[in-house]
Design a protein around this ligand. Sequence first.
Ligand code: BES
Ligand code: MN
Ligand code: ZN
Length: 486
Amino acid sequence: MKVSATTESAASIQADAVVVGCYAEGKLQPAAETIDQTTRGAITRLIEAKEITGKTGEITKLLAPQGVAATQVVVVGLGDCAKLDRRAAFRAAAAPAKSLASKVRAHVAFYLNDNWDNDLVEAAVCGAIAGCQGQDLYRAEKKLSAFEQISWAATDASLLANGQTLGEAVSLTRRLVNEPANMIYPESFADAAAEMAKQTGLEIEIWDERKLKAERCGSLLAVAQGSTRPPRLVILRHHGGKKGDAPLAFVGKGVTFDSGGLSLKPSDSMKTMKCDMAGAGTVVGAMQAIAKLKLPVNVIGLVGLVENMINGDAFKLGDVLSARSGKTIEVLNTDAEGRLVLADVLDVAVEQGAAKIIDLATLTGACLVALGTDTAGLMTNDQAWCDELASAAQLCGEAAWQLPMFPEFSEQIASKVADIKNVGEGRWGGAITAAKFLEEFVQGKPWVHIDIAGPAFLDNPKPWLDAGGTGAFVRTLVEVAKGWRG
Ligand code: BES
Ligand code: MN
Ligand code: ZN
């Protein structure tokens, strides 16, 4: 998609649609004023009739308005002017974009930034790109069609470029998540990461099953064992900082399909398990943006890619695995596979010299029970590091909430035959016992685990985003990298 700045007025720009904004209580933005004057008060009349209220995300269309060059004007509600944050800016652009993408439209012009802060403009551009991307990758007749071109009212071209970079990173993650498991499996995911690395100049290293064996990744390999699709581990490196400065590490769960293994999932729970690589997809999307933005920091992204399936070689309940770190793990549920994959990837991240670690995983249904579908769970061994991440998420408008890591939870993963077991006692506190398991493999490094089982994937669409992969936490990771001081 082409994104460019325009100095043309909202009334005279040649476009399929012009998007203008209205704050709460019918307070119009300057471009909306221009349209109102050109149309001899069309918007004012709608405000008087209470058709337009300025409520966040409200969309009102003026079709073929007199005197306006564009085919239609979309008035979007922006809510309270003083409360406008990045979440609101993202949605204010995404909602009209999604609505307009219902038909093929080549050129949409956004006039939303009246003296907005840079961050708000970037968030809005990102939203405009996300809003018009649909999950119907394999429908001949698309429900949503991305525009060829977006124009943005007079603003700095570098802001638009940054916003576009964020938007394209979110799009990459969403596409990877939306691709079905017969298209995206460990090898093809690694190929996609390699293609991205080639485009952006990131360094990439791909471990195949031979290398994984040589590296003693017994925990990750056990999960992969039941599938005909061989596993991969991908390491992406961005060298933007000083040589020798210890990197920030992002680690992602990349289970390209989670059948549950022998602890087989019921059909209904399995339907959306192509999304179980969303953590890995988020890391790849964020790394793309970090490289394109040329952030002056050292960041590595590591993703563990496996398919959790059943054949005669599949790992079994009661099996004892040797993780790369040397710890032994008793498997009491093959559906608690994400932590087994991450155990080895976290160990590699530490060995690669990570100063601090963030992992992302669609790890537990229990996190959905605790926090609902829209909020990610944060769990940590280092409060200051978690606070840093939480404030980045807050700035980006991505919902996250911390869960406790009381030492008592660790007792639940004690095993009678091995160092630890891969499930807690019963289902209570399942998001936390999973995090306690992961903590065993970070060797005390400052670490935050983000359980994105809820927000990574939407069963139903939002007014501003199609259902399916959401790209949640791509922007937060980029924000953390921006603030990274080693
Ligand atoms: N991938 C699932 C978690 C999940 C559930 C992600 C719903 C997205 C939506 C994970 O591998 C899993 O199956 N977890 C089990 C753990 C249990 C066996 C301890 C779960 O949550 O039931
Ligand atoms: Mn599972
Ligand atoms: Zn899983």
